[in-house]
Unconditional design. Structure first.
Ligand code: NAI
Ligand code: MG
Length: 502
């Protein structure tokens, strides 16, 4: 291991974990990729290799899907009593909390996020998701129905619905919240009684592997959860297209979401998608700016802008425009950048070289298209994938920085005159529809605007508030289906109607 990692005092358990070989989990056993190959995993703050992980491909995917199939078709999990299943889910939540510090360090090391954020948000939210879902295991219910069949006059029926697990589920997740995205996916799929093949992002597989071990420790039977680590094209694609997979649940880019739909169309397997965003965040002139300015800043800069729901298009009513622009720019200037494992760090590096190049490419395109960079606009430092928090003014609706998801700490700020239909049109003028924010003291107006926004989540006088009970997902090209809340269970359950003549 490299020296730069050492100076930030990783716990001995984390050190020992990252030093181990990282294999795939198939049928309850850790095993190397069939061809023995591995790939490197990096610390984005130093660009150094921290671990080597099994480079799984189609042969490994086939084994993992076969294990999940066997566990679903004949294993104890789908037929286990809901109470027993719930207890295992609850135990997974407990084990996450017992290992909070280790998981937070792993997350910070591999993803780059500030350790304080991983400790306060990523890990506790992941635990809470399992605890919340554990309660649903015993509350999955069908209904009884009264029939009026016109062509069988006088007949009586006993008709009811059952909610049954959908089967073998492939789950493909991204790198921005590696542990939390695994929890969002695994909590409900396990609650529903499905079996799974999970593919973490190639950039950040470590915390998902640690979580998988905790799931085994909690008593999850072999084959219920399988984890294959690998790249999108060589591992994710054969998983999404696999004929023995009943359903694919994906979080990531809209571009790959469309590929998943194509792959799943061969045999019409079910698909749910949580994709990109370009979320409007609206500050009305009567807003409390002591809340709205830090709120708008957090909306875009949290997690370095690597949030699908980032408030990346900030709209400010004319009278308050200069003050909000200045306030958010000041906040951006004050953000302390550094390695995630430095407790003083407020913003870490972007996750990878690819993302660094992507985001700095957007900054360049903004300049070339004539946007004014108020603060930031460049790389920070000479090593690591750090990008300065950036505020852009003077953008036009046809600019790439205004239209496309940047997925970095870059916000466009634009004025509006009145909170009228044209504001709603501008806020909704995007192919995405994941989230939106409204800052105002006029609650009637806030709710009227909220109703008109075409977005899966609307935050009023707050932003980035997540809870296991709040459904999250997108309108338009931001996705299909919802994560969290009881709604997420619909992603993993089939409804069977049973009709008996009596
Ligand atoms: P991506 O969509 O390529 O990767 C997400 C996951 O999909 C990873 O596990 C990856 O291995 C897998 N994947 C990639 N290609 C695949 C394929 N053909 N078949 C099956 N699985 C595949 O996202 P990437 O390239 O890391 O980031 C690019 C952009 O995507 C970001 O700049 C951002 O705009 C967006 N993004 C959105 C996320 C969200 O939470 N909605 C998360 C990550 C990225
Ligand atoms: Mg990609």
């Amino acid at each position: 291991m490299n020296a730069a990692v050492d100076i930030i005092s990783l716990s001995p358990r984390v050190r020992s974990f990252i030093g181990q070989p990282h294999q795939a989990l198939i049928d309850g056993r850790w095993q190397a990729a069939a061809d023995g190959k591995t790939f490197d995993v990096f610390n984005p703050a130093t660009e150094e290799v921290i671990a080597r992980v099994a480079d799984c491909k189609k042969a490994d995917v086939d084994l993992a899907v076969a294990a999940a199939r066997k566990a679903f078709d004949g294993g104890p999990w789908p037929s286990m009593s809901p109470s027993q299943r719930g207890k295992i889910l609850w135990k997974i939540g407990d084990l996450i909390l017992e290992n909070l510090e280790e998981l937070a360090q792993l997350e910070s090391l591999n993803n780059g996020k500030p350790i304080g954020v991983a400790r306060a948000a990523d890990v506790p939210l992941a635990a809470d998701l399992f605890h919340y879902m554990a309660g649903w295991a015993t509350k999955i219910e069908g209904t009884t129905l009264s029939l009026s069949v016109p062509y069988t006059p006088g007949a009586e029926y006993h008709a009811y619905t059952r909610r049954e697990p959908i089967g073998v589920v492939a789950q493909i997740i991204p790198w921005n919240f590696p542990l939390l995205m695994a929890a969002w996916k695994l909590g409900p799929v396990l609650t529903a009684g499905c079996t799974v093949v999970l593919k973490p992002a190639e950039e950040t597989p470590l915390s998902a592997l640690r979580l998988a071990q905790l799931c085994l420790d909690a008593g999850l039977p072999p084959g219920v959860l399988n984890v294959v680590t690998g790249f999108g094209e060589s591992c994710g694609a054969p998983l999404a297209a696999h004929p023995h997979v009943d359903k694919v649940a994906f979080t990531g880019s809209t571009e790959v979401g469309k590929l998943i739909v194509k792959a799943a169309s061969n045999d019409l397997k079910k698909v749910s998608l949580e994709l990109g965003g370009k979320s409007p965040n609206i500050v009305l002139e009567d807003a409390d700016l002591d809340l709205a300015i830090p709120g708008a800043s957090n909306a875009i800069f949290f997690n370095h802008g690597q949030c699908c729901c980032a408030g990346s298009r900030l709209f400010v009513q004319e009278k308050r425009y200069e003050r909000v622009l200045e306030g958010v720019s000041d906040a951006a200037k004050k953000i302390r950048l550094g390695p995630g494992l430095d407790p003083a760090t407020q913003m870490g590096p972007l996750v990878s070289k690819v993302q660094f190049e992507r985001v700095t490419g957007f900054l360049k395109s903004g300049r070339e298209e004539g946007a004014r960079t108020v603060v930031g606009g460049n790389r920070y430092g000479n090593s690591g994938y750090f990008v300065q928090p950036t505020v852009l003014d003077g953008t036009r609706e046809n600019m790439r920085v205004y239209q496309e998801e940047i997925f970095g700490p870059v916000v466009t700020v634009t004025p509006f005159k009145d909170a009228d239909a044209d504001l709603i049109r501008r806020a909704n003028d995007t192919v995405y529809g994941l989230a939106a924010g409204i800052w105002t003291n006029d609650m009637r107006r806030a709710h009227r605007i909220a109703n008109k926004l075409r977005a899966g989540t609307v935050w009023i006088n707050c932003y980035n508030i997540f809870d296991a009970s709040l459904p999250f997902g997108g309108y338009k090209q931001s996705g299909w289906g919802r994560e969290m809340g009881h709604e997420v269970l619909n992603n993993y359950l089939e409804t069977k109607a049973i009709c008996a003549a009596i």
